[in-house]
Every structure is written in C-alpha cells, then in structure tokens.
Design a protein around this ligand. Sequence first.
Ligand code: CAA
Length: 260
Amino acid sequence: MNYKNLITTYNDGILIVTINRPKALNALNQQTLEDLRQLFGNDALLLDDLRGVVLTGAGEKAFVAGADITEFIGLDAHEGLDMSQNGHDIFFRIERFHRPVIAAVGGYALGGGCELAMACHLRVASEKALFGQPEVNLGLIPGYGGTQRLVQYVGKGRALEMLMTADMIDAQKALEWGLVNHVVPHGSQVDKSVEILKKIAKKAPVAVAKTIAAVNAYFDNKKDGFSQEVIEFAQTVKTDDFKEGASAFLEKRKAIFKGN
Ligand code: CAA
C-alpha cells in the first residue's frame, strides 16, 4: 500500500491508517481524499484477512482539522459541487465498508474531520479531542455529510446549535451526546480502538458485515431497514459460520469461525 498522505500498518488483520499531514493539522486536501478513496475503495477490499480498520491522525494536535482551506481559493460553484459529491462518495465507502472502521480521535476533529469521524462505524476519543463543524465561520456549510450524520448522532437541536454557532464540544460532552463511543486517556485512543476491533474479530465476519449493512439501511431512505434486516439475516443463516456458532453453543465449546 503506497500513499502520499497516509501511513498504513497491518498486523493480525487490523489495518491502522494514519492521515499524515501534521503541519496542516491533517487537513483533507484532494490528494488525501484520493488516498482514502484508493484505500477504502480498492486496496483494503483486497486484504483477505482484514478484520478492521483504525483511522487516526498524525501528531499530537489533530485527528483532522477539516477540508484543506488552502484549496478553497477561487473555487466556483461547479467545483464546489464536484468537491462535495466526491467527499460524499468516499465517506459512503467508509460508512458502507464491510469491516468495522474506528476513528481514533486525539485532538481536533473539525469540519471535514468531524465528518470523517462520523462516517466511521465507531469513535474513540482521547480526553483532548474536540469536535466541531465551524464551516459557518468560512461562509460555508459542511459538504461531506455533516448536516446529516451530526443529526443522526446528537439529534436535531444539538446539531443545529453546533452547526450554526460553530462551537466545539469536548470529548466528555461528545460522549454524553452520543457522538463518541469511548473517552480514554490521551495517547491510548489507537490502542483502545485496536482492543475493540480484536474483540469484534472473534465474531463471525459475515455476521459483522451484515450487521453494518442492516444498521446502515435504517439511515438510507431508499431502503426499508426491517426488510433489509430480513435479507441480511437470511444471508447469515446460509453461512457455515452460523452452523459452527450454533453447534459450538450446544456443544458448550468456543466457536471457530472461518468467515464463510
Ligand atoms: N486547512 C488548511 N490548513 C489548516 C487547516 C485547514 N482546515 N487547519 C489548520 N491548518 C493549518 C494552519 O493554517 C497552520 O498552518 P501554518 O503553520 O502554515 O500557518 C497549521 O495548520 C496549524 O494551525 P494553527 O496555527 O491555526 O493552529 P492553532 O492551534 O492556532 O488552531 C485550529 C487550531 C483551531 C484547528 C485552527 O487551525 C482552525 O481553526 N483551523 C480551521 C478549522 C476549520 O475551519 N475547519 C473546517 C474547514 S471547511 C470544511 O471542512 C468543509 C467541509 O465540510 C468539506
């Protein structure tokens, strides 16, 4: 795996992806977005033993401080449309990825950075994490799904307040509001994310993938989530892992899942 702005390490089925532009607080420029597209849309799909992904930011200060504002100068409406659609497409690939993706947030997660964290399946924040959608300060609204996903996590009133005031919330408030799953001491956010992924890795992989698909269907207005659950349930019943899981329970032993 070779990227300009991502560092990857792969061990025991867990891929750790670090967005590596610390001098710009890991701001998402077009190159970084293309790297993420290449990774989630291609390379990571080909890793047979992959069980989960941790997405984090380099340096001590930021997960990602937003879209790269230096690329905004001279942007016209057509380019704005392309930029937003491109971001949506990449973030949907993350949200719909067949393996769990956890954002390990150790600092600023602002604008496109908060949006990126929200596209992941879970979020682990360090005590120093700060979340916000400050686009109105720039005369913009979020363009990578922030107006939709923030409402899903924190509710309409809190989302509107964050979006219209541009105020940041700290890790503790993000936990209280349901934006993050865990708050951990600063520096241990990646380890905690790996620990969660290792726990999930012991479960049947097809069942985990179908869980993601069924839960995503709740938020997809083109799908009926309950019907989708029926379809995904039937798919899991077809697997050898289901036979193994049920037999292991009845035989009072640990299941050995093979991923099919
Ligand atoms: N884009 C480009 N560069 C950025 C950046 C961004 N989003 N955020 C920070 N940087 C750069 C700074 O320009 C600075 O670069 P120089 O050293 O070359 O001057 C460097 O990162 C360090 O930043 P600061 O000196 O500003 O650090 P600070 O600790 O004083 O402040 C901060 C940190 C509060 C996060 C501040 O940098 C900030 O407000 N950043 C912008 C946050 C923002 O508005 N994000 C939303 C972007 S729009 C968006 O994301 C739209 C969308 O939905 C798609």
